[in-house]
Design a protein around this ligand. Structure first.
Ligand code: ADP
Ligand code: MG
Length: 707
């Protein structure tokens, strides 16, 4: 392990300098770099090689292999021969080590003929091909071995960077080299020495320079681990600080129900047609305790589809209303907002005045009324969509915001919700986020790293899991029989068609075609409805109402029904082209059925012959709960950024990978716990330096927390 240098002062300005402050970077070059997202010195330093060329391991000429990129050392044995044909040229020579020879050929690089002299010994790197009984190497890069001007490190692992038009590897290497020359002695070390020792992490200046010029595979692994660790550790520590700041310093309205309030909450629970599950009770208690503190709650309520999050949300809203404050529930689609509104109106009847509903479709007159009710405090609860985020929406005393299916909102929107009330005496609303999306733990630690978590880990009693089967197109008659039988028993059916944004027109055609076929040819005796995103809001609402009331027996729909829709009488779901959905999405979809006492069935129709696709569908037939599905999805899909950090308003990860690096995340988490146990205020100089670096590295995320 390289020596451990003294901690250096934070030279933030160095990192934030624009790349055009580097010599050799003119406007054109800066524009190219910008295309790659490289704007500051730090961006450039973190432009990590996508792979390396191995120039260190020499292959003896006798062991060259056909079709591989290899490095070998040889002498130039013949005067290079240049032939031209129009604008094309070909340069040939013969290389050898005294026993074996290799022919070398370069296309369209005539200037090389001056650089190659007979007797010169070089390292060559290129694609080697068998050519009869000998080998040929095409367009090899080469470097003279005895050239005293070449630094020794030029043999080793050569970085290969992702480039943009107009750039070459040589240019990028030079830029990064010149940056390293300038900053090498000024790279701050964010990680405390004890942490580096404990997790065997090399020093920052070693890592950030060697990653661009490693000597061997070991170097690469060492640097990658160190940089990945740093990235995750800084982010996790920042999120932890954010959470701590909210819990300890930011102010919120403390809502502890008095005796009358408590009995009103009890009365509400009495009126429910069911008893809360133990998990619902526990979550509600956690939320109530948070609401009672004078600091904003920031809590994730996670529970599989159908676990009963809505009633917990209702309790929280009721508690607010009883405390004389306002609450808002925001849903990602207006279908879901309307449905939440109906549910809340139903279960809160007798406990509180009916909540208002504000969506994009709310008529102007009604909207004016709602806005004034929210502004003067006469409306205590409101349910809505993004419409709630508009500037015109002003609350008199907003104490709680709840978002449903939060993964569909970015952190930006989430933050906006948290700030609806900013000017008013600096009180921030409590924030509750509900999600059914099961995500791997390392991802959750980053996406929800600034939140406390309540988990509803059981389903209400009497639910039987949704039996899931796959079928092919030729099985359609049998599937249709099943649909007929289901409707004959008084139940209802969803038919879901994929909707993919890039081909919306095509998908629209397919959902309409499925609808026409079912409505006109297959089930003329039933009422069939059609629902997709391109319909006007009023039409969508009408269709949904009809389906909820069982005036439509079959609903043909795109994924607009994906989230939250709750019709316990629907017991069969048929999913067309199932291979085009993600597994997590299929799980969300089938969560729409199995919501009542009746046995429910989900049929995945697919004619895909793709092996992986079939495996994925089989997997979801066997995985009952969301976490099992997420695991399967990960394993089959492999690492991929299907919950990109960027879309959540978090900084991009340049080295760490939240899917692959679970072991690293484990270490990071353990290290963080150890640090905050010893020094919760990060007062130790090494830790306060870390704190300062986090803010300077991720200003957009952590600027506002007064670190
Ligand atoms: P989700 O967590 O997916 O949002 P919902 O809140 O929509 O789930 O609840 C799903 C269904 O379960 C609803 O019909 C709801 O009335 C019912 N439900 C919720 N809690 C219970 C419970 N403790 N016992 C029985 N049914 C419940
Ligand atoms: Mg829900």
């Amino acid at each position: 392990m390289p020596p451990d240098p003294d901690p250096k002062p934070v030279r933030q300005f160095l990192w934030q300098q624009p790349v055009k402050m580097l010599p050799g970077v003119a406007a054109r070059r800066a524009a190219q770099l910008q295309k790659l997202g490289i704007e500051t010195w730090f961006d450039l330093l973190c432009w990590f090689p996508r792979e390396y060329e191995n120039w260190a391991d020499l292959v003896p000429l006798s062991e060259l292999a056909d079709g591989q990129e290899q490095t070998f050392q040889a002498g130039v044995q013949r005067k290079p021969n240049l032939s031209r044909k129009g604008r094309l040229s070909m340069l040939r020579t013969v290389l050898g080590d005294g026993h074996h020879t290799v022919s070398a050929i370069w296309f369209n690089q005539p200037w090389l003929s001056d650089k190659l002299e007979v007797g010169m010994v070089c390292r060559f790197h290129g694609l080697v091909k068998r050519n009869g009984r000998t080998f040929q190497v095409q367009n090899p890069a080469f470097e003279a071995v005895d050239n005293p001007d070449e630094p020794a490190s030029s043999f080793g692992y050569r970085p290969i960077y992702r480039l943009t038009a107009g750039m070459t590897q040589g240019v990028m290497r030079q830029l990064i080299q010149s940056l390293l020359n300038r900053t090498a002695d000024n790279l701050p070390e964010p990680l405390p020495a004890w942490l580096r020792r404990r997790y065997q992490l090399c020093a920052a200046d070693f890592a950030y320079s060697r990653i661009h010029q490693p000597a061997d595979e070991h170097d690469i692994a060492l640097c990658r681990r160190r940089i990945g660790f740093e990235e995750l550790f800084l982010l996790r520590t920042g999120l932890w600080l954010l959470r701590r700041h909210r819990r300890q310093e930011a102010s919120a309205l403390a809502l502890s129900p008095d005796a009358a309030g408590l009995s009103a909450l009890d009365a509400f629970l009495e009126r429910l047609p069911f008893a809360l599950t133990a998990a619902q009770r526990r979550s509600w208690q956690e939320i109530m305790a948070d609401l009672g503190r004078p600091h904003p709650m920031n809590r994730l309520l996670q529970g599989d589809v159908g676990s009963g999050k809505t009633v917990v949300a209702a309790l929280a809203m009721l508690a607010c209303s009883l405390g004389g404050a306002q609450s808002a529930l925001m849903a990602p689609t207006s279908i879901l907002a309307r449905q939440h509104h109906q549910t809340l109106c139903r279960i809160l009847e007798g406990s509180a005045p009916a909540p208002a509903l504000l969506t994009g479709a709310t008529r102007a007159a009604e909207k004016r009324e709602i806005l004034s009710g929210l502004a003067d405090g006469s409306i205590r609860m409101v349910v809505g969509t993004h419409a709630l985020l508009e500037d015109v929406v002003v609350f008199q005393r907003l104490a709680l915001t709840i978002t449903d299916e939060q993964h569909r909102f970015g952190v930006g929107q989430r933050r906006r919700l948290g700030q609806l009330q900013e000017d008013e005496g600096k009180l921030q609303p409590h924030v509750l986020v509900m999600s059914a999306t099961p995500i791997p733990r390392s991802l959750a630690l980053v996406l929800y790293g600034d939140m406390d978590v309540s988990l509803i880990d059981e389903l209400p009693p009497g639910r039987s899991p949704v039996a899931t089967y796959t079928a092919a197109g030729r099985d359609r008659p049998r599937v249709e029989q099943l649909m007929r039988r289901t409707v004959a028993e008084g139940r209802q059916v969803y038919v879901v068609c994929p909707m993919i944004e890039e081909q919306e027109a095509l998908d629209l055609e397919s959902v309409t075609a499925v609808y026409n076929r079912l409505a006109q040819q297959v089930f003329p005796e039933f009422k069939v409805g059609l629902l997709h995103g391109a319909l006007r809001q009023a039409v969508k609402d009408e269709v949904m109402d009809q389906f909820m009331a069982n005036h439509l027996q079959i609903l043909v729909s795109t994924t607009v029904i994906e989230v939250g829709v709750d019709n316990p009488n629907a017991t069969l779901m048929v999913i067309e082209n199932a291979e085009r959905f993600g597994l997590a999405q299929l799980h969300q979809l089938r969560g729409r059925i199995g919501r009542g006492a009746h046995r429910s069935l989900c049929v995945l129709i697919s004619d895909s012959s793709d092996d992986l696709g079939r495996k994925r569908l089989k997997a979801i037939c066997h995985a009952a709960d969301g976490f099992a599905v997420a695991e399967q999805d990960l394993q089959l899909r492999g690492p991929g950024d299907f919950f990109g950090t960027r879309q959540h308003g978090l900084p991009p990860l340049r080295m760490a990978n939240l899917y692959r690096d679970t072991a690293l995340m484990h270490d990071v988490q353990e290290g963080l716990q150890a640090m905050i146990q010893e020094d919760p205020d990060l007062q130790n100089p090494e830790h306060s330096r870390l704190r300062a670096l986090i803010v300077s590295r991720y200003p957009e995320v952590f600027r506002n927390i007064g670190l």
